[in-house]
Design a protein around this ligand. Structure first.
Ligand code: CA
Length: 468
């Protein structure tokens, strides 16, 4: 029973992400460089590449979406970063998860997880992530080396948890129930983001068949299927049934238009190739023909293909004893290496080649391990650019957000400077500001805002202390 609980937790939290939207991570006056990443993988950065020579290695820090990302640093052992010294990090392409804050539940009027139709792709279509490198201040997070000299004598496991995904984020854009479906992007000016709005494709009937990299049978009582889809019809009642290889996972009667992002647990006996995921409807026709993505999380045999140069593998150590994940199918004789990054425990190590197989030692920790497994030859270098970071709040967390047109940037900066040099001044006594919540953002000049006594003429809109 304990094992079962552990792997359920693993699958649920393996790819979970957390972000910080405040700007408390920005240090005033610190240097920053921007590292751009458009594909998932391990990235290596040399000191000479970023123009660093003689800075304390321990002070290198990397941030992504407001949170620090651990580095693996090789500085020659002298504590100083220069020349051919390097660091590595796990880089992630941009996706739409941060956009989920703009979606609000239609009844609860608050942010609600799972409303973004396609979190695989940002609303602005930019798949490039920005990582910010800084140095010269406090010590940063680090990956530590891990090794196990007895790896070849431990018990072995020849499978791992893996997620197969098909995302339809190149197909088109759906602006929500009663909204528009366009080929490129949202073309109207509605700032409301509605449940299910986002990128996807028309798939009618809604049925997809996949040939998965070989599933491993008999090791888990089940596997998981998640799909995001919507009904484009603007009326009609439908009884929908979700099926995975004929297994009826759920049935619901719903009035169109609708949006679903269910996650099903499916008995292991249905994990066979090919695997068909479908939604069928009885009654008055079928309106569920729009699909954002399908994700299948399942136990995969430890056999990699030529294309598996970068992958995320989940393993569980149920006992806390040492063991080895055994991988086949990866060429060894080319002098390549197999790097393993464990972000949860901040460990980095290399697999050991033996008898045509790779042995990945699993640390003797009773826990789940979301692992990044990367062929050494596929380690890349990010694009390095100067970074311009301005912390408009000057504090840990923005209490004032200035929303302004570019032509008013100088005015906004002047106001920012005023606030920072007059921290105890009440804004209500001095300025004519609009106080609002996020449902009533009002921008403009010389107009009145119903219900707000502070209404008056200002040069730029200010959203103050929003509590939405
Ligand atoms: Ca050095």
């Amino acid at each position: 029973m304990k094992r079962s609980l552990v792997w359920v937790g693993l699958v649920g939290g393996l790819w979970a992400q957390a972000y910080e939207y405040a700007n408390g991570w920005i240090q005033a006056g610190a240097p920053y460089l921007k590292l751009r990443v458009a594909r998932e993988g391990v990235y290596r950065v040399y000191a000479s590449q970023v123009g660093l020579s003689g800075v304390p290695s321990s002070s290198l820090r990397l941030f992504w979406r407001g949170q620090e990302v651990p580095l693996y640093v090789q500085d020659g052992g002298d504590g100083s970063f220069e020349g051919s010294d390097w660091f590595e990090f796990w880089g992630q392409r941009n996706d739409g998860e941060p956009d989920s804050v703009v979606y609000r539940h239609p009844h609860q009027l608050r942010r609600f997880a799972g409303l973004h139709g396609n979190p695989k792709m940002p609303l602005n279509q930019n798949d490039t992530s920005a990582y910010f490198l800084t140095w010269g201040g406090a010590a940063g997070l680090r990956y530590l080396d891990f090794s196990d000299p007895n790896v070849l004598t431990h018990p072995t496991q020849d499978w791992f948890w893996w997620r197969y995904e098909e995302s339809f984020h190149m197909g088109g854009y759906w602006a929500g129930p009663g909204g528009l479906f366009v080929g490129g992007y949202e073309m109207h000016n509605n700032p409301m983001y509605i449940a299910g709005e986002g990128r996807g494709a028309g798939v009618n009937p809604l049925s997809r068949t996949y040939t998965l990299p070989s599933p491993k049978g008999g090791v888990s009582p089940g596997f998981f299927v998640e799909l995001s889809h919507a009904g484009l019809s603007i009326s009609g009642s439908f009884t929908l049934e979700w099926k995975v290889n004929g297994f009826s996972a759920s049935v619901a009667t719903i009035t169109a238009p609708y949006y679903f992002r269910p996650r099903f647990s499916v008995p292991a006996s249905y994990l066979t190739n090919p695997l068909t995921v479908q939604v069928t409807a009885s009654g008055s026709g079928y309106g569920g023909e729009f699909l954002h993505y399908v994700a299948i999380t399942y136990p995969r045999e430890g056999v990699l293909g030529a294309g598996d140069t970068v992958l995320q593998a989940g393993v569980v150590n149920p006992t806390g004893g040492p063991w080895a994940l055994v991988l086949a199918g990866v060429p060894i004789d080319a002098g390549d290496s197999l790097l393993v990054y464990d972000p949860r425990h901040r460990l980095r190590w290399k697999a050991v080649a033996n008898g045509g197989l790779w042995y990945v030692p699993i640390p003797a920790i009773q826990d789940s391990f979301p692992l990044y497994v990367v062929r050494g030859a596929s380690v890349r270098g990010p694009l390095v650019e100067p970074a311009v970071i301005e912390n408009y709040s000057g504090a840990a967390g923005a209490e004032i957000l200035l929303v302004t047109h570019r032509s008013l940037t100088a005015s906004a900066q002047a106001y920012k400077q005023y606030r920072e040099t007059h921290p105890t001044q009440s804004p209500f006594g001095v300025h004519r500001l609009h106080r609002c919540d996020l449902r009533r953002v009002w921008l403009g000049t010389g107009e009145s805002s119903p219900g707000h006594s502070e209404s008056g003429s200002v040069g730029f809109g200010i959203v103050l202390g929003c509590q939405a």
